[in-house]
Each structure stands twice: as structure tokens, then as C-alpha cells.
Design a protein around this ligand. Structure first.
Ligand SMILES: Cc1cc2nc3c(=O)[nH]c(=O)nc-3n(C[C@H](O)[C@H](O)[C@H](O)COP(=O)(O)OP(=O)(O)OC[C@H]3O[C@@H](n4cnc5c(N)ncnc54)[C@H](O)[C@@H]3O)c2cc1C
Length: 416
């Protein structure tokens, strides 16, 4: 089934009887060439690019719940490539380029909206740091612009510029950044992968790995053993738990992160805004709700829910930035599980077990990485070599001390 304007009109006139399911519901086969574990954005994108770019035909994706039940359907939908370090910036810019063509590529409306992001500046030192970041962005082709206070006042008059404690002194803008409909991204990749023969198997939890003579033979699941020559693990906040089944201890902590949505308001927020004096970021959904978030929970957890002190902290950030938010009613909030690494950067690498590969440690920001992470992980699974933009994301950087510490805060997951 192909989506087009013509198809929408035809279905509207014929009672919407011609829509078909977006993917099949196959039973697992006894064995596959490649198994991808985790039906989040990254796992689905990996399966999609494996089939589309690398010609893999015998691939299964195993998901313990349903597609989109993890972080891919729980995040605040921000996409951007405004990074500083050479290990990160080209990778996120590659991702941004894939976002820009995603809907044409998958023939699915994932509502990619390049409405821009502004990082607000509150001190002279922060201006220096953001100017440096902007230069790095321009060198990789990401584009960047410094904004003056008068420009910002025009753009976002509702922001508290004269807050005595956090005065606003300017902003760094990436016009190509924005938002995408998060579960629409999962569905688009799932449909594209399924069309190319990938078996998407939901309600199939991986419960163990079969390894013999240092080589992976397949996985035990809630639906029986499934053999595979190669297994790629892409389970985000559950990385520690799943890799423990293969005897690996990761440099990762899992924490809950919450997201919030207000009641629908008239169009107010021009794009994505981040508060530079605390941890608060906000955009507005197409339905009008203000979508915002802040810090992770301070304790380690595998529960997809957070606690009230962080709710209070996030809302304090919101009130300091834009006091008018205090008049909006909070409609809903939820939590997801983020896999925080010790340097704040991801891992896409082989493991010590032949045929077992890992993609994870996406911290606060793996949604924007979804296309590039899927592409790079598919590249690694298909060719056994890292993708050009992901060569810095190996496990060995923690042994060698070549960490990619974007924020410069050391091994403190709560600060990344
Ligand atoms: C509240 C919140 C806000 C966020 N905001 C942003 C943002 O604005 N921008 C951004 O870039 N990033 C954001 N992130 C981060 C981003 O959502 C994640 O980094 C990214 O979604 C992780 O990759 P994923 O989509 O593959 O994860 P998931 O969707 O979590 O996929 C992993 C899947 O693995 C499955 N799984 C786990 N264990 C097993 C098993 N044993 N067997 C089979 N399947 C298993 C899970 O059920 C899950 O579906 C946010 C995260 C949260 C929680």
C-alpha cells in the first residue's frame, strides 16, 4: 500500500475500506541471518537500513512489548545537530540529513518539522561557549546563527528577559533543527522494514543468549529459541539488563526521564527553546500542547515512571524562563528509561562475543540520532566495520581514556 494525496482522497470517497495494516504479524522462524533485539526507533531503523541499504533479506526484529512502547514513543520529539565535538557533530549532522529526507524515503508522514531550536544564553562565558559550538556546527554544514536580544524579543516575547537571576543575553539558533512525530517515526520505519521482508515479532522477549566457543548461536525468547548468525542489541534503557544475560557489564546507568504536555494553546512557541540557566526545554505540538522536560531522576531505575521532586524542578525551570506557563494546565506526564553513559556519548560497537553487536547509551538524546544510529548499526552488522561517522563510539574509549565528553562534566550521568 502506497500513501499519496490521491490515496487519501480516494479512501475518503469510498468509506476508508482500502487501508491495510502497516506491517504483518509473522510467527518467528527457527533461524535468521540477523536478529535485531528491541522494537524502538533504533532497532526499527536498523532493520530498515539493513534491508534497504545492505540487501539483508533474512532479518527478524524482536520486541518484548509492542512497537513504540519504549522511549521512541515517550520522548519530547526534539531533533537537532548542534553538537561541538568532532566525535559527535558529523554523526548528528548525518542524522539530520537523513531526517530531511525521511518521509520521502519511507513514504510515511512522520511529521518532520524543521521549526528551529534556540539555546538561550545567560552569561558572557556561555556566549563564548555557544559561539564556539556554533563554529563547529558551521564547519560540519549544520548551520548556526547567533541571535541578539532584540531579535529574540521579537521571536519569543513571552520569555522573561529581565529575570534578575537569569537575564537573557542572546541565543544560538539552528534553523534546521525541530521536531518529528515520535511514534510516526517508529511506524514509518516498521512499515518500510516489513515491506522489505523483515519479520517484526512483537510480544517476544529475549530472555538469554546461546553462546558456544565465544560465538553467538541465537537467542532464547518467551516464544522459544531463535537461531541467528548475528545478533544486534538495541534496547535503550534496558541495555544493562539485556547485556548482563551475555555476561557483560556496561559503563551505563539507567534512569527515568519524564516528559510533560500542557493543555492545547494557541500557537505560542516558534520552535524549540532551551533554557540555558537550568535544565528545561520546550516546544509546542501541532495540537497546541506545550511539550517540555528537564532533568533525569537522580536514582537508578528500570521503572518507566518518575517522581514529584523532578516534576517540581522542571516546572520551576519553566516558570523562571516563561512565567506565563504557570497559567497553563498540565494535561499529562509520563516517564521513559534513558541509558546514561559515563561520558554522555553513545556506543555502537562489536562485543567480545563473535556475532553479538551493541547499540546503546543514548542518554537524553537518542531520538534525534534514530536515523543515523539505525544506519550506522546496520552498517556495522552488515560489514563488521563502523560507519565513517561513528568511529568514535567504541567500547574501548573507556579503556583508552578517549572519551567523548560533550559537556565536559566527567563521569556524572546526571550532568550529561
Ligand atoms: C521523556 C523522554 C524525553 C526524551 N526526549 C528526547 C528528545 O527530545 N530528543 C532526543 O533526541 N531524545 C530524547 N529522548 C531519548 C530518546 O527517546 C531515546 O534515546 C531513544 O528513543 C532510544 O532509542 P529507541 O527508540 O530504540 O528506544 P526504545 O523505544 O526504548 O526501544 C528499546 C526497545 O527494546 C525493547 N526491549 C527491552 N528489553 C527487551 C528484551 N529483553 N527483549 C526484546 N525487546 C526488549 C523495549 O521494549 C523497547 O521497545 C527522550 C527520552 C525520554 C524518556
Amino acid at each position: 500500500m502506497k500513501f499519496s494525496g490521491f490515496k487519501v482522497v480516494k479512501e475518503a470517497l469510498t468509506g476508508h475500506k482500502g487501508w491495510q495494516p502497516l506491517w504483518r504479524d509473522p510467527a518467528p522462524k527457527p533461524a535468521y541471518d540477523i536478529i535485531v533485539i528491541g522494537g524502538g526507533g533504533h532497532g526499527l531503523a536498523t532493520a530498515y537500513y539493513l534491508a534497504k541499504e545492505f540487501g539483508a533479506r533474512n532479518v527478524a526484529l524482536l520486541e518484548k512489548g509492542w512497537i513504540g512502547s519504549g522511549n521512541v514513543g515517550r520522548n519530547t520529539t526534539i531533533i537537532r545537530s548542534n553538537y561541538l565535538l568532532p566525535g559527535n557533530q558529523p554523526f548528528y549532522e548525518f542524522s539530520m540529513k537523513l531526517w530531511e529526507n525521511l518521509e520521502q524515503d519511507t513514504n510515511f508522514n512522520s511529521m518532520v518539522s524543521q521549526r528551529g531550536i534556540v539555546n538561550l544564553i545567560h552569561s558572557d562565558a556561555q556566549r563564548d561557549a555557544y559561539r564556539r559550538r556554533g563554529n563547529a556546527m558551521m564547519l560540519s554544514g549544520a548551520g548556526a546563527r547567533m541571535l541578539s536580544v532584540p531579535e529574540l524579543r521579537d521571536m519569543m516575547p513571552f520569555v522573561n528577559f529581565d529575570n534578575a537571576r537569569f537575564p537573557i543575553k542572546g541565543g544560538l539558533m539552528q534553523a534546521r533543527a525541530g521536531t518529528a512525530r515520535h511514534d510516526g517515526v517508529a511506524w514509518g520505519y516498521a512499515r518500510g522494514a516489513d515491506m522489505r521482508g523483515v519479520d517484526i515479532i512483537q510480544n517476544c522477549e529475549v530472555t538469554g543468549f546461546r553462546v558456544e566457543n565465544g560465538k553467538v548461536l541465537g537467542v532464547d525468547t518467551s516464544r522459544g529459541f531463535i537461531g541467528a548468525a548475528k545478533v544486534g542489541v538495541s534496547v535503550a534503557g534496558n541495555s544493562g539488563r539485556v547485556m548482563q544475560m551475555a555476561g557483560m557489564r556496561l559503563p551505563i546507568e539507567s534512569h527515568a526521564l519524564q516528559a510533560f504536555v500542557s493543555e492545547g494553546l494557541k500557537l505560542t512557541i516558534p520552535g524549540v527553546i532551551t533554557f540555558g540557566a537550568g535544565h528545561f526545554y520546550v516546544s509546542q505540538s501541532d495540537k497546541g500542547g506545550l511539550v517540555f522536560g528537564g532533568d533525569i531522576e537522580g536514582y537508578n531505575s528500570y521503572a518507566q515512571r518518575g517522581n514529584l521532586p523532578v516534576v517540581e524542578d522542571v516546572l520551576e525551570g519553566g516558570m523562571a524562563l516563561m512565567p506565563m506557563i504557570g497559567r497553563a494546565r498540565l494535561l499529562r506526564s509520563w516517564g521513559g528509561l534513558v541509558d546514561m553513559s559515563m561520558d554522555g556519548s553513545p556506543i555502537i560497537d562489536r562485543t567480545g562475543i563473535e556475532g553479538l553487536y551493541f547499540n546503546g547509551a543514548w542518554n537524553y538524546g537518542g531520538f534525534k540520532a534514530t536515523p543515523a544510529a539505525g544506519f550506522a548499526f546496520a552498517h556495522l552488522l552488515a560489514t563488521d566495520r563502523p560507519h565513517d561517522t561513528a568511529t568514535g563510539f567504541g567500547f574501548d574509549r573507556f579503556n583508552r581514556g578517549y572519551v567523548i565528553d560533550e559537556k565536559g562534566v566527567g563521569a556524572q550521568p546526571n550532568l550529561h
